[in-house]
Design a protein around this ligand. Structure first.
Ligand code: ADP
Ligand code: MG
Length: 607
């Protein structure tokens, strides 16, 4: 049963983070929606027009207010949600300040109808600029309907600070979206004027996420749940190809309240380490539950900043949960998430290898089994400490001459390449035994990653390696394609393509990047252009990134290309020298790791 509304005693009112609650329409919408949720509404409708400046109308089917309470609700510090200091220390409602209705009604024209289910008649109240104009019984459904007209009509200075209708509307959308995500069991309708923007039925979390963001997104996020002794976390993490160029798509909820927390955002971001390109941010929706007594929501008037009793432990919990999820989806090597700090950096520990000189060559499978089963004793097993990340790029994977060299000779002298046994399966995947398990590498994705980073580096350095062609190729292009080539000319040159334009539609190609495999000179350029065009709708990427992406995809070895051992070594060597070895430029995983523990589990072994 809700408490009656009371005016907070001054001593308690003074303890509440002071400041203005309603600075823009979106803030008013947020406060009204929070009131509906706090009133236990099961269905809410929001209508706004002109970015909320001319109208905000919120209707709910919640507890309503009695005739005595309705007018009181508009006084400052009038709230039914807390009464004592102890209440302030364990807040479970979204509101508690008793300021929103007072603030909104002092700068707008409000009309409210409210009725408790047990009352026969509703109360209708009209307030203009803080002055009570009317309070009369009226007929209305149970629940509360509040209409806010002409926000800031009596504060011209404030009105001038409002942005365009469209900009204010966008902020309202964000508020409504966050409320929708925080309360999936509440049915929510959102209209902009006549247009229905959202019409959400009560549902579970996953269904709500899919209804808000569309089913396509719902398929690119990983759902998960995790628990610690005094907190729990559930939610959805975007796959690395779903990264954004800003932090706008990061949704964080604490006890069903949308909050902002730089520290927790960072905890998530760090969990994605090595998976993200520079300047991109993961998409996530996270619901954190912590005992309300261990968090303070009373630090800012907007109530969206919070203070954790033990911020460090919340940070570590969130960070490790994220790393766990990503590793379970085989996006980061399991070695990267072991608790021991000495083993932290995945890229350095993942690739254990036999010592180049002392160890026997492990091409014999019997030898392999012996060395791997005695890996605890490096001397006996021929295992050395992991080689530090190579800084010098190894020779191109597809060195034309590599095909005829023996394995031994295929390696650059002195190169610290991993020399463990490698297998290519189905001309598609490379299989490598690693510490505590095996690693499966997608050869195309791996090479794509290598070439992509090389391409980006070349754009920056402007020193492209060009192979001059003995016989230049002449292409006839459509006018549109020729125009595209003209536009991309400097970038193509940056990559190592030597292209000349003749007339409107003829181009001559007389040099290609050194990485292009022999025989592909003729087809590579048109293929890259086609892929570039396919990607052209992607406004997140500039022409450089798009070109680097299409180039790396087309120039990389394909599934179906046989690789000899030297080529596989060279590829892995280069892969682990890249900045982001675990995902290809399109965000697909480059490698997965199958741990011995996982194999043991599947074989029903206990050890
Ligand atoms: P607060 O939410 O911080 O208590 P408000 O100014 O937003 O302060 O609201 C004042 C009081 O009015 C609330 O405590 C609540 O009792 C009542 N109230 C406001 N909106 C509603 C609603 N939609 N349904 C029922 N009661 C409401
Ligand atoms: Mg409120």
């Amino acid at each position: 049963m809700p408490h009656p509304i009371r005016i907070l005693p001054e001593s308690l009112a003074n303890k509440i983070a002071a400041g203005e609650v309603v600075q823009r329409p979106a803030a008013a919408v947020k406060e009204l929606l929070e009131n509906s949720i706090d009133a236990g509404a099961k269905a809410i409708t929001v209508v706004v027009s002109r970015g909320g400046k001319s109208l905000i109308h919120v209707v709910d089917d919640g507890a309503g207010m009695g005739p005595g309470d309705a007018a009181l609700a508009f006084s400052r510090h009038a709230t039914s949600k807390i009464a004592t200091l102890e209440d302030l220390e364990r807040i479970t409602t979204l509101g508690f300040r008793g300021e929103a209705l007072a603030a909104i009604s002092s700068v707008s024209q409000v009309e409210m109808r409210t009725r408790r289910p047990e009352d026969e008649l509703a109360v209708k109240i009209r307030i203009d600029g803080g002055l009570l104009r009317e309070s009369v019984p009226d007929a209305a459904p149970a629940g509360t309907s509040i209409i806010v007209r002409n926000l800031f009509y009596n504060t011209p200075a404030r009105q001038k600070f409002l942005k365009t209708d469209a900009a204010e509307y966008r902020q309202i959308c964000d508020v409504v979206q966050r409320i929708a995500l925080a309360h999936p069991s509440v049915s929510l309708k959102f209209l902009n004027g006549e247009d229905t923007i959202l019409d959400l039925r009560p549902s579970g979390l996953a269904e709500r996420v899919s209804a808000v963001f569309g089913p396509k997104l719902a398929r690119t996020v990983f759902p998960f749940e995790d628990e610690a002794p005094d907190m729990s976390l559930r939610g959805f993490l975007g796959a690395p190809d779903f990264t954004r160029k800003s932090r706008a798509d990061q949704y964080l909820f604490l006890n069903n309240r949308a909050i902002v927390s730089r520290s927790l955002n960072h905890a998530v971001f760090k969990g994605y380490e090595h998976l993200l390109e520079k300047g991109s941010f993961p998409f996530f929706i996270l619901y954190l539950s912590i005992d309300p007594r261990k968090v303070d929501v009373n630090v800012h008037p907007s109530k969206s900043e919070v203070k954790f009793g033990d911020e460090g432990s919340v940070y570590r919990f969130v960070n490790s949960a994220v790393r766990k999820v990503l590793s379970e989806h085989d996006l980061i090597p399991a070695a990267g998430i072991t608790a021991s700090d000495t083993q932290r950096s995945g890229e350095d520990t993942i690739f254990m290898q036999p010592a180049a000189s002392s160890g026997p060559r492990s091409t014999d499978w019997r030898e392999l089994i012996r060395t791997h089963s005695t890996r605890d004793d490096p001397a006996a097993g021929g295992y050395a400490a992991p080689t530090p990340r190579r800084k010098v790029p190894a020779p191109s994977v597809r060195e034309p001459s590599a095909d005829v060299k023996s394995e031994e000779e295929g390696m650059a002298p002195g190169a610290s390449s991993p020399q463990g046994a490698l297998w290519q399966i189905h001309n598609k995947y490379i299989l490598a035994p690693v510490e505590n398990g095996i690693m499966v590498i997608d050869q195309h994705a791996a090479h794509e990653r290598v070439l992509y980073e090389k391409a980006v580096a070349r754009f920056d350095d402007a020193v492209a390696g060009v192979q001059q062609l003995l016989f230049p190729h002449t292409f006839e292009l459509s006018p549109a394609d020729a125009a595209l080539v003209a536009e991309l000319l400097p970038y193509l040159a940056g990559l190592g393509f030597s292209v000349k334009l003749f007339g409107k539609t003829t181009i001559v190609l007389d040099g290609v990047p050194v990485d292009i495999k022999p025989g592909a000179e003729k087809t590579i350029l048109p293929e890259i252009l086609d892929l570039f065009k396919e990607d052209s709708h992607d406004v997140r990427l500039g022409p450089r990134e798009k070109l680097a992406k299409s180039y790396s995809c087309k120039a990389a070895v394909k599934a179906g290309d046989p690789l000899n051992t030297a080529e596989m070594h060279s590829l892995l060597d280069q892969l682990f020298a890249t900045k982001v070895p675990f995902v290809c430029p399109h965000g697909r995983p480059v490698l997965i790791r199958l741990s011995l523990a996982e194999l043991d589990r599947r074989f029903g072994r206990t050890s």
